[in-house]
Design a protein around this ligand. Structure first.
Ligand SMILES: [Fe+2]
Ligand SMILES: [Fe+2]
Length: 223
């Protein structure tokens, strides 16, 4: 168990026998996801149903909102099993702030599409690490969640591609991307933080290299 590369924690019961530092690290991840999934669903996904321009878009946006609330529920339930007090996982009851990216005030449908396109891509890059983590309940949860996060990023790509078919739509989406993109960078750490510089480079490269964010990383190498 001292060799970190071989450490495998298969159940919540086994977690409780691990060093405190390890338990704290797992709890922090679960708390952060529980808070931010709920906060994001409330701030962006649910309000976007009203902004969606037609029944088809509303239908898919409802699905996205349902899944984001579902992500909160999954992390919240795991947290409860781990013995984390409920109030530490609910934005209304904890003093822990959501990610700063949640402060962007959603105003338009184009902004929502840009948020799905950018924020969910950023989320995918972050959750990929959990697919291989040594705490299996968290790993399993990440594996359940990932296909839905991919659907959300694809949602942004698909609606974005529709928008850029007209010059007016392209202009609106570009403006939305310009507004939203700077708010996404703290996803990878505060300024000068080296924690996620590699991930940030991948993210920025995908978004900026083509001028149009229509590509995302392959999951094959990491799954
Ligand atoms: Fe999510
Ligand atoms: Fe998502």
């Amino acid at each position: 168990m001292t060799d970190k590369t071989k450490l495998q924690v298969k159940t919540v019961e086994e977690l409780k026998k691990q060093p405190e530092e390890y338990q704290t690290a797992c709890a922090k991840l679960v708390i952060s996801h529980a808070i931010n999934e709920l906060y994001g669903a409330r701030a962006y996904d649910e309000p976007a149903v009203a902004l969606a321009p037609n029944p088809y878009a509303k239908w898919l946006t409802c699905r996205v909102a349902m899944e984001e609330y579902g992500h909160h529920v999954r992390f919240f339930e795991l947290g409860r099993e781990m013995g984390i007090p409920e109030e530490r996982m609910l934005p209304d009851k904890t003093s822990k702030k959501p990610l700063s990216i949640m402060n962007y005030p959603l105003k338009t449908w184009e902004e929502f599409v840009a948020i799905k396109l950018l924020a969910d891509l950023a989320e995918i890059l972050q959750v990929e690490d959990l697919l291989h983590c040594s705490f299996h309940p968290l790993r399993n949860l990440a594996r359940m969640t990932m296909p839905e996060e991919r659907f959300h990023a694809q949602f942004g790509i698909d609606f974005g591609l529709e928008m850029v078919k007209t010059p007016a739509g392209k202009k609106k989406l570009q403006e939305a991307v310009n507004n939203v993109y700077p708010h996404m960078l703290p996803f990878f750490g505060a300024p000068k933080s080296k924690i996620d510089s590699g991930r940030l480079e991948v993210f920025s490269g995908i978004i900026l290299s083509s001028g149009t964010p229509i590509s995302r990383p392959s999951s094959k190498k990491r799954t």
